[in-house]
Design a protein around this ligand. Sequence first.
Ligand code: ADP
Ligand code: ZN
Ligand code: ZN
Length: 739
Amino acid sequence: MQQAKHNKKVTGKILQVAVPAPLYTTFDYLSPETVRDKVPPPGSRVRVPFGRRTQIGIVLANADHSDVPGDKLKAVQATLDSEPVLPAALLKLLKWAANYYQHPLGEVIHSAMPALLRKGKAATIKGPTLWRVNTAINSTETPLKRAPRQQQLLNLLQQHEQGLTDEQLNQRLEHWRPTMKTMLAKGLVVKSVLPCITDPVQAEAGPKLNPQQQSIIDTIISQAAGYQAHLVHGITGSGKTEIYIALAQRAINANKQVLVLVPEISLTPQLTARFRTRLGVRTALLHSGLNDGERLCAWSSAAHNQAHLVIGTRSAVFTPMPQLGLIIIDEEHDGSYKQQDGFRYNARDLALVRAQQTDIPVVMGSATPSLETLHNAYSRRYQLHTLSQRAGSSQSPRIELLNLCRQKLQHGLSPKLLQALDKHLNHRGQVLLFLNRRGYSPLLMCHECGWTTSCQRCDAHMTYHKSQHLLRCHHCGTEAPVPAHCSDCGNTELISIGAGTERIEQYLQSLYPDTRIERIDRDTTRRKGSLDAKLEQARSGNARILVGTQMLAKGHDFPNVTLVGVIDTDQGLYSGDFRAAEHLAQLITQVAGRAGRAEKPGEVLIQTHHPDHPLLQTLLHQGYDGFAHAALAEREQAGFPPYRHLALLRCEALKVELALAFMESARDCLGDSDAVDLFGPLPAPMEKRAGRYRFQLILQSSQRQALHRLLRPWTLALTQLKTSNKVRWSIDVDPYDTY
Ligand code: ADP
Ligand code: ZN
Ligand code: ZN
């Protein structure tokens, strides 16, 4: 057909460009080589016309010809880099990820780049600029009466002794730059560049490794060079971090870079500090708390081999590291490695792919490895290393189930737990109470007719936040005033059903008015620095009682905790999600690991209405390993991962009919395969959320290849469906949960 139109195919100087758009194709552009004679290499950024706008795209390849007719081909407007910002190795990983997770490559690439690069800024290593008052000049001597803008800026800087960065100034004042320039020339202010990576320091010595640790390290380093996946399965406090540090040290001594992935940096400041002080090398931290300038700087330092150690959360798996020699994944089971919207990747899994592509070792560690990872270890795809004892002198805690049946509970706490709490406080112990529910109570109920505070926009109750005096839906964020009476019968007696962390804290404070209690959950740690302050109170032992959500279960070292109470396990025992049991077992094991870390022996009490539940019994008597074997057998029977692979099509719309219409046509355009089972469309477990109706289609197969063979054409077909732009839909490969 094209020939019939006499369109000549263009040859030479064609660039294939990925553009950040929800489209599963790349686009051809004419190279600007006629203007400058260098063709932009793959991995470099170009500015291109796209629709009615311009976009920043990444060159994927240089080609000799294009199938697009010559008169339709547009030219690149500008080349932004002479060197690739995305090295070939990283591009390869991103292409793999886009293909595997069925997400448009342009968007995948975009989400892997620091914001400033996406906006077209130069790829510099320079840290953010910091402006401060020049303290050498006494500003009262130089009145700025005639220069009100200068005076204003000066006042602002005087309020911030530490200085303000460009970004912080932008947030506070408009058009401050010309004024600042004048003041800089007058010497009223000083300008400096903040380093974004830490300087090398004298490395501190660590403890002498015990024989178990040493033998694991020896085994790992005795392997032939190249890809090898290791799992260090060791209880909390068994010295896994010391193993990471020793292996990282070795890689760094061989002039290699080391990437350490952690679930959440803000939750584990001690871990990062420990890596830095022990290794002493230039370190870049990549986490969500960075501003754009800091992020670009840290990213570029890694890309130019200036930072030898990179510690980061999920997206740090995409940091360019030319000399990468080792990847460490701490707490590999943690759910925060999975991105839950947009490009839904799992950073742990991508780190394994990256290690394979780079042909280097990867070391995962956890006290409670995920069932997928354990399965891979049991089937010898990963090497399993076990640390069975605590590293220091501490002993493992005693665990006991507390039967709640027919017990009179005080705000969710049983008499036995309260007695134990009293005993430990009297013996100068520290108590940690764990409850994965914030707020005062999960709902209010009318004592007359049973009416409850439900969210108008979700199939869920609104949580009562007593101290803030409001109701809040934890699913959509809707807030409402606390009702004075029942909206059905008008009765004014509304009672709190169930307990959240706030309620436990208040009750215990009334029992122990002189005891310091710290509540650690998302409500009490919103302000910057408040989490650190609370953790410090917890570590020092000043806070005698700690009440918290899963934020408390993650990796913290509280040496004085002697009693851990798990307030509610029944939620996890009877949830519909296939991972619920695994999560509960991990949680119990992790919080139990917080007890008795120093010389004081610990005690763990678990409240439940189902003390005979096989999961709890197995966990108690055979430990996490025993649980894992049983749970894996169950997964195999039920046809869940890791035995069968899952992909989920999710869809939500303001009207049920729209969502269902899309899901039905989606089902109809799925190809046929004997190896893939299809379930649905089914309503999501929470059918309505934030005013939208939600449905899902579940694909299940024991053969990954077969699943992906169907997914690829299906994704394209879905974008073509007429109903597709009336709904929000997404494909989730290896979903973390089915909600
Ligand atoms: P994990 O990472 O498994 O939780 P860590 O490496 O953090 O364990 O070790 C727990 C505690 O024991 C830390 O305070 C650490 O300094 C200490 N520790 C680790 N290995 C040893 C050792 N071989 N000798 C003495 N103390 C150790
Ligand atoms: Zn809601
Ligand atoms: Zn009522």
